[in-house]
Ligand binder design. Structure first.
Ligand SMILES: Cc1cc2nc3c(=O)[nH]c(=O)nc-3n(C[C@H](O)[C@H](O)[C@H](O)COP(=O)(O)OP(=O)(O)OC[C@H]3O[C@@H](n4cnc5c(N)ncnc54)[C@H](O)[C@@H]3O)c2cc1C
Length: 490
């Protein structure tokens, strides 16, 4: 079975690579998807499908969301430009300056052009991500810059469109076929993959292989090995097929590990969520409105600044902090002043409710005496500065308590009060492989491995400690497109 290019994986990065490969002249292209058809699409299927990308002028968004001004009057005036420098600053700030500068420049510099390519060549349709990114202030919706556009029908639509586009281009897709190891010539060139499909093992030969089969977030043994306890117990937000197979296969032939192998993306999710992502619930277990209230741990204490920054710059780190609390359980507490501002995803579970803080605390599995004391101390300290404005860092803060709350520190004083039990769910891992500017995998002798490319979650070095919302899919699309082009030329 001879191909020009084999792409391993069935998510956003894989299809960006496969489609780009075809576009750049490869004839016989094969996609191997380990999952069965009904579970295809990896984390991409579960995603909110928000993309972060640069634009110097808001009119550059018109091609993606032509009705924005009509649907949200004032849109053009309200959205700030998101130039290269601001994306770079955001990425560097949240990664504590550790993002690989060469990869970061490629990601950011190619982001707008790749969005246009997703639309023109990938055939994706876009819309404003109003439910998760739009912030209602009075009768107006305010938009954060950079990350506000998603594909129609979110990750489900993104994944479905990729499969359709690939099929129309004549790309062959084999389901339930998991790559197990890479085949190599005596020269060291990668010549194909050995995979296990419904009929057993088979060797697929190709002039180039693109690995796009995700990180190791589904694998409890690797999570313990690289992230440490209690990550082996974490709930998985997305696919239950990303066991680090591609990373293992590449490391086995001498690829260089790169980036933050003890780091990952994890978010606050419903404590009652399933152990793995549920295909039709997708990302609806997320609980990201914590900045509007306070979070109490089992000891009855606040333990983090809930309002340190806009939540799209804190949510990917706070999941891990929550997981490390006793019993990996915290409660998000709100009063009725902000309930209309909670993101709609909160409607997928029923909160605990009471007309007094005392009554609420009695229902929580926490040190109740301490919890009530914490809430009273918080109320005494809250409400300094402001005024309250959920669309910006409003500096409505606490004074005299630790940890402080830096923004949106409204007092909890308007019944009914509600509490949502929350845990930390892992999204994807940051550790990956070193790649060249052409997305070619580099070996531990610092030389590129002939015939081997990678993209998506398998690229190491971009994300450390934290992550700006909407960057995973953008990275998958940018490096997938580059990997496909390079593989076709190989
Ligand atoms: C709930 C949730 C919400 C998210 N929301 C957003 C968002 O709004 N914006 C954003 O930018 N990012 C978001 N992300 C992150 C984003 O989804 C991922 O970064 C992105 O989808 C990764 O793409 P990928 O192609 O690298 O991996 P995946 O999409 O996970 O694809 C990996 C593929 O490889 C397959 N595979 C695994 N092992 C093998 C093997 N041995 N052989 C063959 N195939 C194999 C899997 O079945 C899967 O098809 C979210 C993630 C989750 C889970």
């Amino acid at each position: 079975m001879d191909y020009d290019v084999i792409v391993v994986g069935g998510g956003n990065a894989a299809f960006a690579a496969a489609v780009s490969t075809k576009e750049n002249g490869a004839q016989r292209v094969l996609v191997l998807e380990k999952a069965p058809r009904e579970k295809r699409g990896g984390n991409t299927h579960f995603s909110g499908a928000v993309f972060r990308f640069i634009y110097d002028d808001v009119s550059q968004l018109d091609r993606f969301v032509p009705a924005a001004e009509k649907d949200y009057p004032g849109f053009h005036k309200g959205v700030q430009p998101y130039p290269v420098e601001v994306f770079r600053e955001d990425l560097m700030r949240v990664t504590q300056g550790r993002s690989d500068p060469e990869l970061a420049a490629l990601l950011i510099g190619n982001s707008y052009d790749t969005m246009c390519w997703l639309q023109d060549t990938g055939k994706h349709h876009f819309e404003l991500a109003v439910s998760v990114m739009g912030v209602k202030v009075g009768n107006e919706v305010k938009w954060p810059r950079g990350a506000m556009i998603r594909t129609v029908h979110e990750g489900v639509g993104l994944s479905q469109t990729w499969f359709e586009t690939a099929e129309k281009m004549g790309i062959e897709i084999r389901y339930e076929t998991g790559a197990q190891r890479l085949a190599q010539a005596g020269s060291g060139r990668v010549t194909g993959v050995v995979a296990r499909g419904p009929d057993g093992f088979a060797t697929f030969s190709a002039k180039a292989v693109v690995l796009a089969c995700g990180g190791f977030e589904t694998n409890p043994e690797w999570r313990l090995r690289y992230l440490g306890a209690p990550w082996d117990h974490a709930k998985v937000r997305g696919s239950n097929f990303n066991y680090g197979d591609g990373l293992r296969m590449a490391l086995d032939i001498g690829a260089m590990p790169w980036g933050h192998w003890s780091g990952c993306h994890a978010t606050p999710i419903n404590a009652e969520a399933h152990d793995y992502g549920v295909q039709n619930l997708t990302d609806k277990t997320n609980r990201l409105s914590y900045f509007l209230g306070v979070m109490l741990n089992v000891e009855g204490r606040r333990w983090v600044d809930e309002g340190a920054d806009i939540n799209s710059f804190t949510y990917a780190r706070y999941g891990g902090l929550i997981l490390k609390q006793t019993r990996s359980l915290v409660y998000q507490v709100f009063d009725s002043k902000v309930l209309h501002l909670l993101e709609p995803r909160y409607s997928t579970s029923e909160p605990l409710k009471a007309d007094t803080l005392e009554g609420l605390v009695k229902q929580l599995q926490v040190d109740q005496t301490q919890a009530l004391k914490t809430l009273k101390e918080y109320n005494n300290a809250a409400g300094r500065g402001g005024p309250f404005n959920p669309a910006v860092l409003d500096r409505l803060h606490t004074e005299g308590i630790e940890p402080k709350k830096s923004n949106w520190a409204l007092k909890l004083d308007t019944p009914p009060y509600v509490a949502y039990p929350v845990t930390g769910g892992i999204t994807f891992t940051f550790g990956g492989l070193k790649v060249t500017r052409d997305a070619q995998v580099v070996a531990t002798d610092w030389k590129p491995i002939p015939g081997l490319y990678t993209c998506g979650e398998m690229v190491g070095g971009l994300f450390h400690y934290n992550y700006p919302l909407g960057t995973g899919l953008m990275s998958g699309a940018v490096f997938g497109r580059i990997a496909g082009r390079s593989a076709a030329r190989a």
